[in-house]
Write a protein that binds this ligand. Structure first.
Ligand code: FEO
Ligand code: CA
Ligand code: CA
Ligand code: CA
Length: 658
């Protein structure tokens, strides 16, 4: 979802924040804090902040000149790609980047061929959905050349998918006038897909007629479990018990558990609901407002009462969860795990803690929202995967407070907490997790996206994509962890859990990098000076750690008119003197966002999602069905661009970037 186009459409969190200011804690006094690693490297010398704290520089110089610097040995080995933007995708020399699966390709064996001139819900329910986002690879028989790909279909760009929806700049009107058959097709393009994939003679292919093949849509029956299941606020006319729901919406990033399930995360659910008047009159008005519901973007509420708050006031509470899916059993019922809280979930990076408990890190992608962590009560059963079936139903949800001294604390969202007295029960705390986080004075962040754990180093990386509404002072003012006013390009922070214990209440934090063009002093970017003119980026979004313990970062929102480059995938050094050095590996076609990076366990294949190719606000190419910014990947007249999964391998074999 590119920053430029989406506010009109479906931006994840770009819209005005609904989060009230929390009173600053001791540690949250406004402090333009510099990272220890930046001081050690003397990187400050190239930032705009020199002016503000020039007096600190001699200290940095002193620290830098004291000891012998270790040699700067890069951990990535590939020829960097040139930055830029055009109608095609590009990968570093020596690699193949092959389109594996496109929107409209058959998932279920009897699916009809893709026919863009004749869209139908029935066909779409069996074909690959739109806007592939998260990708997880689940090996079969422990193999890296045969497994299941689980893929989220986040949302639809109806104006690119269907003919006759008019000019992008007026697309809200056009989309609101969509006839029911198109709306129904669009609903089927949401959700997710399970594909069986195999690498034969070096090339990946989807196994046709696989017994694992599955489409999950906005209609797939799901179960609601955990502490909020059966809550008054989850009951509707269709589900008097508050334990069953149809469909999952806006599934952005996600995760894979060690027991082989797929965690798929519902993000911008507000766009699907109608009923502004009903929301205003509701006794839940404050909570609806905080979640931005209803946005009234997609016209689903015209045809399905579930999406109209006037008719189903509780339906929206049944979305915004982490959904657990067993991809090995296509008949299994996906489960919304309420213990992990309800917000605009980005991803579900996870790790098994030293004591055996399972820890999931989660961002809430909206301006001024928070970073969360869930810790299970019980241990993972490493021997018997089935024993972990309901592990995610019991545990503690925590929200992060980052202090100015480089420390931080996880605050538990549990009933009985002295600051959560206004919440009637645990169900209410989880359904209104954002409100509970505010009551605990959690830190308001610059749009938390993917959070990934590096099991090799024990560090946790948090991508904060941007926040142009951040101000120098006042209620939206900068804080230590979000130090740039008008933060246009985002930053990445690194969390080090106390004692290597991911469940510990305390942690240390530091900046990995502040993003943007490092040659423009006022931007205040802090890429390692070893970064080339092609290697810096803005708007970090999804990320992955590869088999060698290296960080890769995907971007959302770079554009020729903001950064002079399109979105792509970057290799990012995190250790040693090159820490903060970044290198461009893959570039998306025009208008597309980079999502879903995921490596096979052997590190020899990298799967990426190219999302919404062809989006644009260029008046000459307004990003519509008739006039997209690119017709990637088919490049056929009359065929619209198609979001696709791409498999990247090294020519002649070998680990990616090694
Ligand atoms: Fe769907 Fe926050 O990216
Ligand atoms: Ca994204
Ligand atoms: Ca990720
Ligand atoms: Ca994003």
């Amino acid at each position: 979802m590119s920053i430029k186009v989406r506010p009109a459409a479906m931006d994840d969190g770009e819209d005005e924040s609904k989060s009230p200011p929390t009173s600053p804690t001791m540690g949250e006094v406004i402090a333009r804090r510099y990272s220890r690693s930046e001081l050690m490297r003397g990187v400050l010398a190239v930032t705009a902040m020199d002016v503000v704290v020039g007096g600190m520089l001699p200290l940095a110089a002193k620290a830098g000149s004291g000891g012998q610097a270790p040699p700067a040995t890069p951990s990535f080995h590939f020829e960097e790609l040139a930055s830029g933007s055009d109608e095609r995708h590009h990968v570093a020399a020596g690699y193949d980047a092959d389109v594996l699966m496109r929107w409209g390709d058959a998932v279920i064996a009897d699916a009809p061929a893709f026919d863009p001139g004749n869209p139908s819900a029935d066909a779409q329910a069996r074909q690959f959905g739109y806007n592939n986002d998260f990708i997880g690879f689940i090996p079969l028989d422990g193999r890296s050349d045969h497994g299941l790909l689980v893929v989220n279909h986040e949302y639809t760009n109806d104006e690119l998918m269907y003919a006759g929806l008019g000019d992008n700049r007026k697309r809200r009107d056009a989309i609101n006038e969509m006839p029911e058959p198109l709306v129904r097709a669009s609903m089927m393009a949401h959700g997710g897909s399970v594909l069986e994939v195999k690498r034969i003679a070096g090339k990946w292919d989807v196994v046709k007629g696989s017994r694992f093949a599955r489409r999950i849509t906005a209609e797939t029956p799901m179960r609601i479990s955990g502490p909020a299941a059966g809550h008054q606020r989850l009951k509707t006319s269709e589900d008097a018990a508050g334990t069953r729901v149809r469909g999952m919406l806006n599934n952005c990033a996600g995760g894979v558990t060690p027991w082989g399930t797929w965690l798929s995360c519902e993000e911008n659910i507000n766009y699907y609901f109608w009923g502004k008047e009903a929301a205003k009159a509701s006794s839940e008005a404050a909570a609806l407002e905080r979640y931005g519901i209803p946005e009234e973007w997609y016209p689903w509420g015209r045809f399905d009462r579930r999406f109209d708050l006037a008719r189903e006031p509780n339906e929206a509470n049944r979305f915004g969860w982490v959904v657990e899916i067993d991809p090995k059993d296509p008949a299994s019922t996906p489960v919304k795990r309420t213990a992990l809280g309800r917000f605009k979930h980005e991803g579900a990076g996870n790790i098994v803690n030293g004591d055996g408990r399972f820890v999931v890190y989660m961002g809430d992608d909206q301006k001024f929202e928070h970073v969360y962590r869930f810790v299970t009560a019980a241990k993972v059963d490493a021997v018997n995967p089935a024993a972990n079936k309901d592990l995610l139903d019991t545990g503690t949800l925590w929200v992060a407070r980052f202090d100015a001294d480089g420390r931080g604390e996880w605050l538990p969202l549990v009933a009985g907490h002295p600051k959560l007295g206004a919440f009637k029960d645990q169900g209410e705390i989880l359904i209104h997790a954002r409100l509970a986080a505010t009551a605990l004075c959690a830190t308001r962040m610059d749009r938390p996206e993917d959070i990934e754990v590096n099991p090799r180093t024990g560090k946790v990386y948090v991508n904060l994509t941007n926040n142009k509404d951040r101000t120098a002072s006042g209620e939206k003012g900068v804080n230590a962890t979000n130090p740039r006013a008008g933060n246009a390009y985002g930053h990445i922070i690194e969390i080090t859990p106390d004692g290597g214990d991911y469940a510990a209440p305390g942690f240390a934090w530091d900046f990995l990098v502040k993003c943007g063009d490092p040659t423009i002093a006022s931007v205040g970017a802090t890429f390692n000076p070893a970064t080339s003119k092609d290697g810096w980026f803005g708007m970090p979004d999804n990320s992955a750690i590869d088999a060698l313990g290296r960080l890769w970062v995907a971007t959302d929102g770079n554009a020729p008119d903001t950064t002079g480059r399109g979105d792509g995938l970057y290799a990012m050094e995190t250790e040693g003197p090159l820490r903060g050095a970044s290198k461009l590996f893959f570039r998306c076609p025009a208008g597309a966002e980079m999502c879903g990076p995921w490596f096979t366990p052997d590190g020899e294949t990298l799967f990426v999602s190219v999302q919404h190719p062809g989006e644009s606000e260029d008046p000459d190419k307004p990003g519509t069905f008739n006039n997209p910014a690119t017709r990637w990947p088919d490049f056929k007249d009359g065929t619209p661009p198609r979001p696709s999964v791409v498999a990247i391998t090294r020519k002649g074999g070998g680990k990616i970037g090694a």
